[in-house]
Design a protein around this ligand. Sequence first.
Ligand code: XMP
Length: 509
Amino acid sequence: MIIILNFGSQFAHLIARRVRDLGVKAEILPFDAPISKIKEYNPVGIILSGGPASVLEKGSPRPDKKIFDLDIPILGICYGQQVIAQMLDGKVAKGKHREFGKEILKIKKSENIFKDLSPEEIVWFSHGDQISKLPRGFTTTASTPTCKYAGYENKKKNFYAIQFHPEVTHTKNGIKIISNFIFSICQAKKNWQIDSIAKKTISELKEKIGKDHIIVGISGGVDSLVAGTLLHKAVGEQLHAVFVDTGMLRKNEVEDVAKVLRKRKFDLHIVDAKELFLGRLKGITDPEQKRKIIGHTFIEVFEDTIKNKLKKYPIKYFAQGTIYPDRIESAEASKHASKIKSHHNLTLPEKFGFEIIEPIRDLYKDEVRKLGVVLNLPKELLWRHPFPGPGLAIRIVGEITLERLHILQEADAVFIEELKKAKEYEKIWQAFAVLLPLKTVGVMGDSRTYEYILALRAVDSVDGMSADWHKIPNELLEKISSSIVGKVRGVNRVLYDITQKPPATIEYE
Ligand code: XMP
């Protein structure tokens, strides 16, 4: 396993992804993880990530100094490179130029981490400071016209450092550099393949749960579906799946998911709570209030199902579809981040006393999808765009009524269908329709119409934290617009949202 010490880089996850894609387990730890913690993982190599700070600032992040005495290969990237220099008595200075973007790197010798690379390679930089004096025992391995020590190493100690980012695709042979480090230098063994992860997880779950019973909440999304399927393979009918129909789900969502689970003989409990949710949301227009009502009602319905429908089972565990980025982000959640929205995810009150099991807690989203393929789950469900916990409630601006919900479900289904037909769907991170509580005048046939405005949102993003509007071809936009207005009664005008996040958010409420 390879440990990545995260100095706050937006690319730390990308480094982990690259290592895992090469077939080796990678774990991200905070930059100041104590040496005892690092040793617990028994890593064969450590990568120090980049980060936004300057090593010249007082109090800037440093790793435990003892990592340099572990006798384990270390690769420092960008900030990580400068940290090595600074901590091992080299020198870092404010650079005269900021280097940002692609550069030609001159490599001294095609060996060690640069094995099989050419004397000149395209790499991607993003830094201000740079090394001005190498630590003792180190030699330069690569440079650019403005960065003398773009690469340096101490072969004897197996410490390697590079100022550019091998993890981004703009560095043409970046993967090769990472591969050289983990295989040639660290001698890592391939231990991260989805098939074997599936088998291993199922057998571990089987052993842990034994004869006890477990509940999983199904949301319609990929994570709970894959987590539930792994559990079902492990413990069969000791698993009880609860799917709350809030009425705020996408068109046919309950039926589509239920069909798959029933075919697999899940003990599935679909709770029809549509009226309850709609009743409680009646007259509510404030976004935060909507979110809170939905969150509370959801827990209430779930608890009620456990107390009544499932009371005959000796339930000990509760499963959650938490994935790796959720876990890392909540552990490292920045204290100064202001609350933008109350996110709704199913967490049961402690009084139930269930032990939590998270079958996919170590996986990234695309690994979860690959696992879903191994488990034979249908592609349409695995490749669905993300869907928020409060569902369509936050895509109807203002009051939610049955009529508005119905219009939105239909319009959203037409939008998605058209994107799929045009093979645009898979290029987009998230696409959906939003109902605006405004009516405008239109003309259809020879008659006047007075109907709702629908906004379409389609965004490109990596993690939902920031997003750009997706450039849907004009002809397709036109087709989608006429298809929606033609097929969905109640909408006579369609707008396409071209706002980035920030300043807008992806969802409307
Ligand atoms: P925003 O609107 O905050 O959305 O830009 C970012 C991403 O998060 C999703 N989202 C949620 N997901 N529970 C969830 O599980 C929620 O309450 C929630 N609110 C927003 C949103 O769909 C987008 O992908």
